[in-house]
Ligand binder design. Structure first.
Ligand SMILES: [Fe+2]
Length: 440
């Protein structure tokens, strides 16, 4: 039988498509466009029932429970216990509310409960009414797993990322800024609260703020008014005077959350607090030192180039002297992981920097990268996804990044990270650190 030239052409074309298709699953793979904003059908609840429940760490063996009620006379009380329906403990907290043009928030309750046992499931009820919730406290020792996803928003991709987080067995979720993308439309903070409640009411969510949290209208509204009212973090517990920067310890890890949009120069309150916080770090007790903020310092994407330079100039030397292991940032809607870096180039005593602003927001991905790739950049890709950081022991951690591949999480980057603690870097830098910490 003679070969059909038309059939050969079709087969050849199909083959080329197949080959390029397989090639496209490399780090150059370009993901599909952003998805539509999620729709939230009107779902009224009794006015005293809790809405938008989320929890966060609030000092040693304590959890802050946050929720909102339409009823402004509802009590800020949490009943809790280790058996479903049997609450043998009770705590009373505080509440706040805010107005933003014609919008008036519900009553925002913040109640700290504890002391709690480590790695234990608790059942709780907010305000004495409504459904029962449950959470698990983090372990007190290694291993511990963190989930990481920045720039979440509330689109179809956000939902996909949240579904993937739900499947991963994490102890604490960390968000390096840009949560709701409410962008002045206050009820979108409420829909975001409802969207994340199934996850955020079951594991601590620890957040820092991004530019989308600012919502500042000069002379009319304060910066971060909604964010500060709704996402209270343990700043008082960590000696900070601002909800925009704070720290916490969990299972041998000291995590520092910094603010990219509040003063960070050497004369600022944030810088002074950071020095005081670092002076208290005991690497015997917390061998791992991790820092989060919104705007990345090491970024080879065309998007948001150099925006982090001023903060980096002010603070990088301090973090380097303290032996920070890992820096997690967001803002750029893509993923990038660096080698250990300092001063713009590879340095075995510097931190690994990871940009992970690819949670799924409505603005879509940042596709364009600078070429050639800088020597410090190991892996970069414009895809939605999330990260998982398993700190295995005092010296080793396993980082994975999961691409949101057509609604399936696909592990696309992985690396073992060794803590700088015990590497010689910290001893080498200790004189410099003491000098910076002692400076007025
Ligand atoms: Fe941002």
């Amino acid at each position: 039988m003679k070969p059909n030239p038309k059939l050969l052409l079709v087969l050849l074309t199909f083959g080329v498509v197949l080959v390029t298709g397989f090639k496209s699953t490399t780090a150059d793979y370009v993901r599909p466009p952003p998805r539509e904003n999620l729709q939230f059908p009107w779902n009224p609840k009794p006015s005293s029932h809790p809405q938008q429940v989320h929890i966060s760490l609030a000092g040693e063996k304590q959890i802050r429970v946050t929720w909102i009620t339409d009823d402004h006379s509802a009590q800020s009380v949490v009943k809790y216990g280790k058996q479903s329906g049997k609450y043998d403990s009770l705590a009373e907290g505080e509440s706040t509310s805010y107005s933003y043009f014609l919008y008036n928030s519900g009553k925002i309750h913040h109640t700290v409960i504890g002391p709690l046992e480590d790695d234990t499931i608790y059942y709780y009820q907010c305000g004495g009414e409504g459904p029962e919730f449950r959470f698990k406290t983090p372990p007190s020792k290694f291993p511990i797993t963190f989930a990481v996803a920045g720039d979440l928003g509330q689109t179809g991709w956000t939902k996909s990322t949240l579904d993937h987080l739900d499947k991963c067995k994490y102890d604490v979720h960390m968000i390096p800024g840009d949560l709701s993308y409410a962008d002045f439309i206050q009820h979108k903070w409420d829909t975001f609260g409802e969207l994340v409640q199934p996850l955020a009411s079951t594991r601590p969510w620890m957040v820092t703020q991004g530019n989308h949290e600012k919502e500042h209208i000069p002379l009319i509204t304060e910066e971060f008014a909604s964010y500060n009212a709704r996402w209270k973090m343990p700043y008082e517990e960590s000696g900070s005077g601002s909800n925009l920067y704070y720290s916490f310890d969990v299972a041998g890890v000291h995590v520092i959350m910094l603010g990219s949009y509040t003063d960070y120069d050497e004369s600022s309150d944030q810088y002074s607090w950071l020095k005081a916080d670092l002076s208290k770090v005991d690497r015997e007790k917390t061998p791992w030192l991790i820092v989060l903020f919104h705007v990345p310092w090491y970024n080879s994407n065309e998007a948001h180039q150099c925006e982090g330079d001023n903060m980096m100039e002010s603070m990088e030397h301090l973090l380097y002297s303290a032996g920070v292991d890992l820096v997690l940032a967001g803002h750029v809607h893509a993923y990038e992981r660096s080698k250990r870096v300092y001063g713009g180039k590879s340095d075995s005593c510097g931190a690994v920097h990871i940009t992970i602003g690819d949670g799924g927001n409505r603005e879509g991905l940042a596709h364009r990268y600078k070429n050639p790739k800088p020597e410090w950049s190991v892996f970069r890709e414009a895809s939605f996804g999330h990260g998982e950081l398993k700190i295995v022991n005092a010296s080793h951690a396993f980082w994975t990044w999961h691409r949101n591949d057509d609604d399936e999480p696909v592990k696309s980057d992985e690396v073992w990270i060794t803590s700088l603690n015990g590497s010689g870097c910290i001893a080498e830098r200790s004189y410099e650190l003491r000098k910076i910490l002692a400076a007025p």
